[in-house]
Design a protein around this ligand. Structure first.
Ligand SMILES: Nc1nc2c(ncn2[C@@H]2O[C@H](COP(=O)(O)OP(=O)(O)OP(=O)(O)O)[C@@H](O)[C@H]2O)c(=O)[nH]1
Ligand SMILES: [Mg+2]
Length: 259
């Protein structure tokens, strides 16, 4: 890595974090070791909202020791809110959403970058596309994911087998057009940003990855699943009402203006 502080980097890695004191230190260490071996420049943006454990402190310490890293605080709750803030703050040519659990090994990020991949606007990691491998996932979690995907395909986005994986790469121009129009702050934001991307005719592709299940205490299977279905319905209604039809000016920070 070089000159990450002066010139815009090639890659921004955006990590939403909520109560990640157990997983974050190892993940940041792995990302740091990986980036040190890569020829391109990169930055890391950690976005916390109201973690009640030592997450913010861990982030602060890391940022102190690594000039290419930034810690942001997002007052609105939810993964979607944190991701939007990070994606709009990133300076990279490619902006990569990255779950703190690194259930996709970070080295796979190169599958989303030139020279491996270039001809796209949005590339989403897929655990279902041909070539993908899932390790250690309990059958009930896979089943829940398949049912949710069916709902997503019926109601909002036909044609994508996995919209929910926490690793997605956006070309800068696409990110700066799509994320200001995002209205959903919860888990359903993935469906919304893909819906907006497709409506605006961006090239969205699936990238098969190797994915390791990591148990999470953040998702409540029943409550969050119902909320996510409501959010998918909201995306469908927003689409019908034309809410995503017009470009939304970037207003940072503060509430996202509605179209
Ligand atoms: N900032 C922020 N991050 C969040 C919030 N909720 C979840 N996250 C982050 O979103 C990422 C994904 O969360 P996980 O708990 O791994 O959920 P998941 O990957 O969908 O579910 P699993 O398959 O069980 O791992 C992690 O980096 C979390 O820290 C939130 O409210 N705010
Ligand atoms: Mg996870």
């Amino acid at each position: 890595m070089s000159e990450a502080n002066t010139n815009p980097p090639l890659l921004s890695i955006v990590i939403p974090v909520y109560n990640e004191e157990r997983r974050l230190p190892a993940s940041l260490a792995q990302i740091d070791a990986f980036l040190a071996t890569q020829p391109y420049s990169a930055e890391v943006i950690i976005v916390d909202n109201a973690s009640s454990d030592r997450t913010a402190e861990i982030g602060r310490d890391f940022v102190h020791e690594h000039p290419y890293a930034t810690l942001l605080y997002e007052p609105r709750r939810g993964k979607g809110a944190a991701v939007r803030t990070g994606m709009l703050a990133g300076r990279g040519q490619y902006l990569f959403i990255c779950d703190a659990d690194l259930s996709m090994p970070i080295a796979e990020v190169n599958k989303f970058l030139p020279p491996a991949l270039d001809d796209y606007d949005v590339a989403i990691a897929s655990r279902e596309a041909p070539g993908a491998v899932r390790y250690e996932e309990p059958a009930y979690r896979h089943l829940m994911g398949r049912i949710f995907n069916l709902i997503v395909r019926l109601l909002a986005i036909p044609g994508f087998q996995d919209t929910q994986c926490g690793f997605k790469c956006f070309r800068r121009e696409a990110a700066r057009d799509i994320f200001p129009a995002q209205t959903i702050n919860g888990w359903g934001f993935d469906v919304e940003v893909l819906f907006i991307a497709l409506q605006r005719h961006y090239r969205v592709i699936e990238v098969p990855i190797h994915w390791y299940y990591r148990a999470s205490s953040r998702i409540s299977p029943i409550r969050d699943s119902l909320r996510m279905v409501r959010e998918v319905i909201q995306v469908r209604l927003n689409g019908w009402r034309g809410r995503y039809n017009h470009p939304t000016p970037v207003h940072e920070p503060g509430p996202v203006p509605r179209t």
